[in-house]
Design a protein around this ligand. Structure first.
Ligand code: PMV
Length: 324
């Protein structure tokens, strides 16, 4: 048997300045730049084995064999790796998350970052970080931000060559905590692929995109200066802008549930009382409550008192995708 194998680990990330909408849907060139933090306590671990004896690609997710749309997406992604490396054998992919799927943690980001690294190493490609980030972007846009470590910016670029993410501060730079309040584990009705596709149907999207360069600068500077007040103001505003676009697109997307709004309002009250805390929400109802790490015990117990909060997961900043 002639096989080539590699294993890699990558963390999911939470965006403070959100990516919503593509300039090129197929290549996942985004309409706007974004900023995120990797979540060190959570990870996806993926092994890839290219094996000449296989008749098709195979995917095992959380120990279960998958033959549906997830396999198709992985297989399409492996085609890009095969094309780049001139390899033509099929692969066995085994992937495991240490966090439950469907909890509002974007598993596609850590999944495609880990898959990019494991598949490229197994295929004999020695990619530098920016090229690995470009490759991960083809699997899921936000995955390009899970390749570098710590606090990361994805400059939108305009082609496949210049659209990738880089780290601008290490995980040790600022001890923030993401306390994720889970209010529903139901599978979301409209995934981000479809959401990106219809973003331009909202009359607010053009205005949102116009504001992004100033959001990026404000957020990047606030992180570099560890200025929580400015960070909280811009992170919540950017999240609200993305959800305003979602709500006013066609079809209209409303991801929030009643407890989502209850948490948003509580977070603002806590901040008024002097706690450095703010919220951000992805394409789902669960709320990422960001605070300085010293306040996380307090925040977790406050969140657990809000009706509708099923559980709270938490993480600090995390490092880059790495081979193991
Ligand atoms: O990478 P995708 O296609 O799953 O899109 C991610 C979209 C958001 O999570 C809503 C925002 C972001 O920047 O992560």
């Amino acid at each position: 048997m002639n096989s080539k194998t590699a294993t890699a680990v990558a963390h999911p990330n939470i965006a403070f300045i959100k990516y919503w909408g593509n300039h090129n849907q197929e290549l996942r060139i985004p309409s706007n730049g974004s900023i995120s933090m990797n979540l060190g306590a959570l990870f996806t671990r993926t092994s890839v084995t290219f094996d000449e004896s296989l008749q098709t690609d195979q995917l095992t997710l959380q120990g279960e064999s998958n033959t549906g749309p997830a396999l198709q997406r992985v297989s399409g992604f492996l085609d890009i790796v095969r094309k780049t490396s001139s390899l033509d054998s099929f692969a066995r992919v085994e992937s495991q998350n240490n966090f439950p799927m469907g909890t509002g943690i974007a598993s596609s980001a850590s999944a495609f970052a880990a898959l990019s690294l494991a598949a490229s190493v197994a295929a004999g490609l020695d990619l530098e970080e920016k090229d690995l980030s470009r490759l991960a972007r083809r699997g899921s846009g936000s995955a390009c931000r899970s390749v570098p470590g710590g606090f990361v910016e994805w400059a939108k670029g305009s082609t496949d060559v210049d659209s990738y993410a880089i780290s601008f501060a290490s995980p040790e730079h600022w001890d923030l905590a993401d306390c994720v309040a889970i209010v529903s584990q139901a599978h979301k009705a409209t995934g981000s692929n479809e959401g990106h596709r219809i973003a331009n149907t909202s009359p607010l999207q053009a205005m949102r995109i116009e504001q992004i360069p100033s959001h990026l600068k404000r957020c990047r500077d606030a992180i570099l200066q560890r200025d929580f007040e400015v960070f909280a103001e811009i992170t919540e505003h950017d999240c609200n802008m993305m959800h305003a676009v979602m709500m006013t697109s066609n079809p209209s997307l409303i991801y929030w549930l009643p407890p989502t709004l209850a948490i948003m309002q509580a977070v603002r009250e806590w901040r008024k009382s002097g706690i450095p805390v703010c919220y951000t929400i992805d394409a789902g109802p669960n709320v990422h409550v960001i605070c300085e790490a010293a306040y996380q015990e307090n925040i977790v117990s406050l969140l657990n008192e809000i009706p509708g909060v099923e559980r709270v997961m938490r993480s600090g900043p995390g490092g880059p995708a790495r081979p193991i």
